[in-house]
Design a protein around this ligand. Structure first.
Ligand code: FE2
Ligand code: FE2
Length: 138
């Protein structure tokens, strides 16, 4: 029997204190968990569709986050934008490979890296926005 994938738990620590960004982050985690469920139930077509949905949501989220950084004149905006782009590039590469291979085990393994690429923003990358969101300049 294949190992079941674990759902991602939302931690209080992930909260930035901005309702828009936190809402997006929560929804991203929500879709990840739908993919986990779908993969655990071996629904391949649905899993791939949800991965594409996750990618689209992440793209929209990054754009909204960048608009906010721009509006609030975040000093490290260019670096953070490049970071988003790198995450999207890797996730897109993984998603395309999954579409192409369509092998259950391959997709399950690739999914772990896919999730890591995009959740990195939630868990790690956006921590640098905290002073900005609190009204201090970073
Ligand atoms: Fe973010
Ligand atoms: Fe970010």
């Amino acid at each position: 029997m294949t190992l079941q994938l674990e759902k991602v738990k939302w931690l209080k620590d992930y909260e930035l204190g901005d309702p828009r960004l936190d809402g997006d982050h929560r929804r991203l985690v929500g879709v990840v968990n739908l993919v986990v469920k779908s993969l655990n139930e071996s629904r391949m077509t649905e899993s791939l569709a949800l991965m594409r949905q996750f990618l689209e949501m992440a793209r929209a989220h990054f754009a909204a986050e960048e608009a906010l950084m721009h509006e609030r004149k975040f000093a490290n905006i260019e670096r953070h934008k490049q970071y988003h782009q790198r995450l999207l590039d890797s996730a897109e590469r993984i998603e395309k490979a999954c579409e192409f291979v369509r092998d259950e085990e391959y997709v399950r393994e690739a999914f772990v890296d896919f999730v890591y690429c995009l959740l990195d923003d939630v868990i790690q990358g956006d921590k640098e926005l905290l002073p900005l969101l609190k009204g201090e300049q970073a």
